[in-house]
Design a protein around this ligand. Structure first.
Ligand code: HEM
Ligand code: 2DC
Length: 469
């Protein structure tokens, strides 16, 4: 017999107890480890009430399958109040990230065609391939300047620029030129604003932004300033393309970018287009750059694996005879490496959905309307789901095992990551070019852990040594 909702284990009845654990474990930056701790304590399902939201937490792939079957036609995830409050405060429209219901669906369907459908990847590849090549040239220059035939550095700032250059190339169909020696202060400001925006969001998951706003709290004003910076820079880029299009609508015949394609399609209002393009531009920086940083870190720790992937890339380069699209189909181990990075170092701690029908999870009845969270970080490190979870083994994704609801780093279904195809293509091309030219090494074997700043990131800088092959 199915057990009632009220019997699900957890500290949900005792707000004080959960607040105490939260405080004792320095909760804000450790949400991912607290979730692991809770699964260890309560088993594969627990109920929790943190701050002002209540949820049921699950960890098993088979439960994830049940969850996503109950997401309904308009899948809805946890609302990040800080982000919606900012838009309400400044009177700006929500983009796909924050919309819900029919409004989300109609926008998302149109965006899918231009951003994530398999047909558009061919348009992105030449642009992203060029950015990858420019990055390699920049690294050679840095190595030359060091005078030591190698470059030891924290690459994160360069990776932020690479990611912004890549996503902008796809959105606007033209290069910003961020990989040149000249540092564009506007672009740097944009990158800094995104960091601040994420960092100031996480405390507001627990303290309602509306309250913080009335109190005139610094965290709220910093958050507003960060989004203002993001929107101003995106507006400048968008205005620029809009002006060009009006001057010369039939320009050159080459792929004009996502923004111009959406404007020409004329199916979404300009305000809707602006809102979603701004979200894509902001969502496209830290996510991919941090994932690349973690991948280089893992490859530096596993030199033999690095060599194996390099060999796969060389073989694919030769066999594809200069056709990059073809080449991307011949690098399964490289793709496995990216999946493996996201398993151990996911960007999102959890996936969440408000279920639209009653379901049964772990023999407990869960009523429609409940917020259910899949602990993505905890699942990736669970030995029952992934044997030897502590080992970085890209091959586990290659061998023809089944990965039923185990590969969820970009979310699932119609509400999954809209930037997924851009992210994957951009990351694959980066690694291809970098591994074809350089070897990556690490000084000491120090473990770098994740810290939660809305997305998960390395808790301290990762220093790598880059040597020409
Ligand atoms: C949503 C992960 C890169 C834009 C999401 C979600 C996840 C995610 C887990 C929630 C999906 C769900 O609820 O099922 C990632 C990872 C990335 C990445 C792991 C890279 C390693 C990007 C990039 C962009 C982007 C590069 C923009 C170009 C978005 C947007 C949404 C989203 C707009 C909201 C979609 C919607 O609500 O309809 N992402 N993301 N992401 N992501 Fe990403
Ligand atoms: C954070 O408890 C932890 O892709 C919360 O590119 C639940 C939650 C809700 C939504 C998630 C968020 C977490 C992590 C960051 C995500 C976000 C949805 C989209 C966003 C996963 C798990 C992200 C990084 C987007 C951001 C685009 C934005 C900057 C315009």
């Amino acid at each position: 017999t199915v057990l009632p909702f009220s019997e699900i284990p957890g500290l949900w009845k005792n707000g004080v107890a959960s607040l105490y654990t939260f405080w004792k474990m320095d909760g804000l930056r450790n949400i991912h480890r607290i979730m692991v701790h809770n699964f260890n304590m309560f088993g594969p399902i627990y109920r929790e009430k943190v701050g002002y939201y209540e949820s049921v937490n699950i960890i098993k792939p088979e439960d994830a399958a049940i969850l996503f079957k109950a997401e309904g036609h308009y899948p809805k995830r946890l609302r990040v109040e800080a982000w919606t409050s900012y838009r309400d405060y400044r009177n700006r429209k929500y983009g796909v990230l924050l919309k819900d219901g029919e409004d989300w669906k109609s926008n998302r369907i149109i965006l899918n065609k231009e951003v994530i459908s398999p047909e558009v990847q061919g348009n992105f590849v030449p642009l992203l391939d060029e950015v990858g090549q420019d990055f390699v040239a920049r690294v050679y220059k840095k190595i030359e300047r060091s005078g030591q035939n190698e470059w030891t550095t924290d690459l994160s700032h360069e990776l932020f620029k690479y990611a912004l250059e890549s996503v902008s190339a796809v959105l606007y169909g033209e290069r910003l030129g961020l990989l040149l020696d000249y540092i564009d202060p506007d672009a740097q400001h944009f990158i800094d604003c995104i960091t601040v925006m994420f960092k100031t969001t996480s405390p507001m998951l627990f303290f309602p932004p509306a309250l913080l706003r009335r109190m005139g709290a610094k965290i709220w004003t910093d958050h507003v300033e960060a989004w203002d910076g993001i929107f101003n820079q995106a507006d400048r880029c968008i205005q620029n393309i809009y002006r060009q299009m009006r001057k010369d609508p039939e320009a050159s015949g080459k792929y004009p970018g996502v923004l111009a394609s959406l404007l020409m399609l004329d199916k979404l209002s300009i305000e809707d287009i602006k809102a979603s393009v701004t979200e894509l531009m902001a969502g496209g920086v830290d996510t991919t750059s941090i994932t690349l940083m973690w991948t280089l870190y893992e490859l530096a720790r596993h030199p033999d694996l690095q060599e194996e992937i390099r060999a796969e890339i060389s073989a694919a380069r030769i066999a594809s005879k200069g056709d990059v699209m073809q080449m991307l189909k011949m690098v399964p181990l490289l793709k496995g490496a990216l999946k493996e990075t996201l398993r151990i170092h996911p960007v999102a701690v959890s996936l969440q959905r408000y279920i639209t029908e009653d379901i049964v999870l772990q023999n407990y009845h869960i009523p429609a309307g409940t917020l259910v969270q899949l602990g993505l970080y905890a699942m990736g490190r669970d030995h029952r789901v992934f044997p030897h979870p502590e080992q970085y083994r890209p091959a586990r994704w290659v061998r023809s095992q089944t990965h039923y609801f185990k590969s969820l780093s970009f979310g699932f279904g119609p509400r999954q990551c809209l930037g997924r195809r851009i992210a994957e293509t951009e990351m694959q091309l980066f690694l291809i070019h970098m591994l074809e030219n350089f070897r990556f090494e690490k000084q000491r074997q120090v473990e770098v852990r994740s810290t939660f700043e809305l997305i998960l990131l390395p808790e301290k800088p990762i220093i790598l040594t880059i040597k020409p092959l």
